[in-house]
Design a protein around this ligand. Structure first.
Ligand SMILES: [Zn+2]
Length: 372
């Protein structure tokens, strides 16, 4: 009895095991024969991949949304098949056309993933151009796609500059002759924004005059805007306490005054030389009422090296920066002017001082509104 039961049970187990093996094998065979039904792709996609004779090749690999969308739009180009698998699908209009266009321009999948994720608003600019090494710009915060041609040209002419420098200098306008192209502020902008950048690429309106000029205590014919005038008093007082005695000698200047001054310099030294040390009318910070030239008590129109050093290290505490420091002529477009101070307010002047940048650079990197 016991032995019979044992044999019966063993036979039963063997039969069950065999059945399982047979069913599984049949199922696998069936799947291999009809794998259309198990494809992860949509019916439309499957139809197209069959037309392209890519059914097996595509289904033997992991599902890709990118591949599916390309197929569904009938945009899949077999020569890019490997790249497609590396490209992340993003839900953007004309996704498949865009990536084909980029691939045709020799962008690789890393670059395409970066572009579709970060630069889709500028895609038409990119598509209108030949291939550029776009990833080289990805960490440059002030990169502006609209200037890309200028960056590439400027880089070609200045191979010793790194790309971040190229971007900033071109944004400032340095790839073009000063005064050749400039933006002109409105009177409102000039009046309301104490941080405004004035240089050979940014002009004030001819008839702009600040509405809050006040006389300096040193000389009742010397004017600055109220806030700058108050700060200047604090600066001079601080100097006195530290034995650094200096006086203003040229504060606010109207457009007309600047015109007379500049023309006099041109008559004396010629345009080219005059442009290195005197701004053309409309392009002077003095017209802002936020700039003042200072001299040491024993000099007619300059600071002693010691006073200049003090100014570099202290003026920011009172809201002023030395606007045209040494070694920056290629950026500021003006020779070193130890005497020329620009008021920015304590907070901004401190940041500019700490950055070690000229105001032209600082403005482009941290203040200028990004273009839409
Ligand atoms: Zn000046």
């Amino acid at each position: 009895m016991n032995k019979k039961l044992k044999i019966f049970l063993i036979s039963l187990i063997i039969i069950i095991l065999l059945s399982v093996i047979i069913i599984t094998t049949l199922k696998l065979l069936k799947n291999n024969q009809n794998n259309e039904e198990t494809s992860s792709y949509s019916a439309t996609a499957v139809t197209i991949m069959k037309e392209l004779n890519l059914y097996d090749e595509i289904n033997n690999k992991a599902y890709s949304k990118t591949i599916e969308v390309l197929l569904e739009n009938n945009n899949l180009e077999p020569q890019y098949l490997d790249e497609y698998y590396q490209i992340n699908y993003t839900n953007i209009t004309n996704f498949s056309t865009i990536i084909n266009n980029l691939l045709a321009k020799n962008y690789n999948s890393d670059e395409i993933n970066y572009i579709t994720k970060n630069m889709i608003d500028d895609i038409n600019i990119l598509l209108s151009m030949n291939y550029i090494d776009i990833l080289a710009f990805k960490d440059i915060s002030n990169f502006d796609i609209n200037n890309i041609d200028r960056y590439l040209n400027y880089q070609e002419e200045n191979k010793d500059y790194d790309l971040a420098t190229v971007v900033t200098y071109v944004n400032i306008g340095l790839d073009k002759e000063g005064y050749s192209e400039y933006t002109e502020y409105t009177e409102e902008e000039a009046q309301n924004d104490l941080t405004i950048l004035v240089n050979k690429y940014h002009k004030l309106p001819d008839d702009y005059e600040p509405n809050d000029l006040v006389a300096l205590s040193y000389n009742s014919n010397y004017y600055l805007r109220k806030e700058a005038a108050d700060a200047f008093e604090r600066l001079t007082n601080a100097g006195v306490l530290e034995g650094v005695i200096f006086y203003p000698f040229s504060p606010y200047r109207s457009y007309k005054t600047q015109e007379v001054l500049y023309n006099r310099y041109v008559a004396r030294d010629g345009v080219k030389a005059a442009d290195t040390y005197s701004a053309r009318p409309g392009f002077s910070e003095h017209q802002l009422g936020l700039a003042v030239d200072v001299r040491s008590s024993n000099l007619p129109d300059n600071l002693t090296p010691e006073h200049y050093e003090w100014m570099l290290n202290n003026s920011y505490k009172y809201g002023f920066i030395v606007r045209y420091p040494k070694g920056c002529q290629h950026i500021t477009q003006f020779i070193e002017e130890p005497w020329h101070l620009r008021y920015l307010g304590v907070e901004l002047a401190t940041k500019v001082h700490d950055s070690g940048l000229t105001y032209d650079e600082y403005y482009d990197l941290y203040i200028k509104e990004t273009q839409d």
